[in-house]
Design a protein around this ligand. Sequence first.
Ligand code: ZN
Length: 183
Amino acid sequence: MAIRKIARLGNPVLREKTREIPPDQIRSPEVQRLIDDMIETMREYEGVGLAAPQVHESVRLFITADIYDPEDSEKLLAPARVVINPQMTFLTQDEVEYWEGCLSVPDLRGLVRRPRKLRISGYDRAGNEVQFEAVDFAAVVYQHEYDHLDGVVFLDRMTDMKKLAFLREFGRYIAGPDEKVAD
Ligand code: ZN
């Protein structure tokens, strides 16, 4: 396993539409190595999620760590996942707002409104079809990672740029230092 270099905002790879991974290639050594490297990279930089374009691979794959409730750090909302070729369906018109950050947009936090409930279907790393639902913060994390596969970053989703802050100022003026955000 290896820690990969993170593409930062301005790198064209973050703005490309990614290509699907043929299901019969999911178990290939190349794809499995990419997944292992992404997991190690996400851990190293303490992200909640990581999408393949963020490590310069323009394919439809993202991973997430265990997702905990930002209001209750003991409450597990969703287990760690590897999601390949995801399809996303919103299950409500209701929206929620959370502060988001991104390893590719370092040191910034921005407030983003997104649908609060969704269903995702796709493949896991064994090549099995999977389907799951998520609400609230977990739904936000999945949308953030899914967006990366379409060349979209959280800044594009912001409706009020006054709600953009550097991490340090965010901690000082807006939230406590332990505030959890979607990466
Ligand atoms: Zn991101």
